[in-house]
Design a protein around this ligand. Structure first.
Ligand SMILES: *Cc1c(COP(=O)(O)O)cnc(C)c1O
Length: 210
């Protein structure tokens, strides 16, 4: 059964284009997530380091093929745990954070896959760097030998996502980055049109969060 599922996943990956679905399991206990793990789904997203640590450390040891994605704000004092637990970080948004990740990766002999988070709608309450500052941060990351896959953003909730997806896709292309982390429960169909590689879906998979 499990082998079949893995085979299916591999077959899907070699088709022309398939976005990966990150099941965003934040706030849900492991028992709600288990059926999906048993089914063979590999990508999971959490937004808090401490919550992820409590929930995922044990199961990650049992199933090292599981890929954990940090999709929320990362404080520099949590980088050590984040580097040891996660496989991807989607929220790199400062030189200070990039430097801390780089030094932790050397200590732990690990290399995570990273996305730079862009505050695409220039919203004061959102994390991320402005799109005009992306080139500079990417240069810093390259000189720190970080593995940056691409850009990530969360468009403003109340506006059509497509304009923002279009902007971030253009920027990704300009920078010759190959992957995009865009699309959530309410805009994933648009994100697929813009060739998202990582859809971060919570509500549509697990239901409403409290
Ligand atoms: C919670 C969250 C998601 C998932 O949101 P849904 O609307 O529940 O699909 C995606 N990305 C980030 C950064 C999140 O914090």
């Amino acid at each position: 059964m499990k082998q079949n599922v893995n085979k299916k996943i591999n077959e899907l990956n070699i088709q022309n284009y398939q976005p990966n679905i990150i099941a965003v399991s934040k706030t849900f206990p492991l028992e709600n997530i288990k059926p999906l793990i048993e089914y063979g789904h590999l990508h999971y997203g959490e937004n808090k380091v401490q919550e992820a640590l409590e929930k995922w450390s044990r199961i990650k040891k049992l199933k090292p093929e599981i890929q954990l994605h940090l999709i929320g704000k990362l404080q520099t004092n949590k980088v050590k745990i984040a580097v040891s637990l996660f496989d991807f970080i989607h929220s790199v948004d400062s030189v200070k954070l990039a430097k801390k990740i780089a030094s932790e990766q050397i200590k732990q002999k690990k290399k995570l896959k990273l996305f730079l988070q862009v505050n695409i709608g220039k919203e004061s309450q959102k994390n991320g760097i402005l799109i005009e500052d992306v080139n500079k941060l990417l240069d810093e990351c390259s000189s720190l030998n970080l593995n940056v896959l691409g850009l990530m953003c969360l468009p403003p909730i109340d506006l059509p996502a497509r304009n923002y997806f279009s902007q971030i896709k253009d920027k990704n292309f300009e920078l010759k980055l190959k992957f995009l982390s865009i699309g959530m429960s309410n805009d994933y169909m648009d994100a697929i049109e813009f060739k998202s590689n990582f859809l971060r879906i919570g509500t549509k998979i697990f239901g409403k969060r409290n």
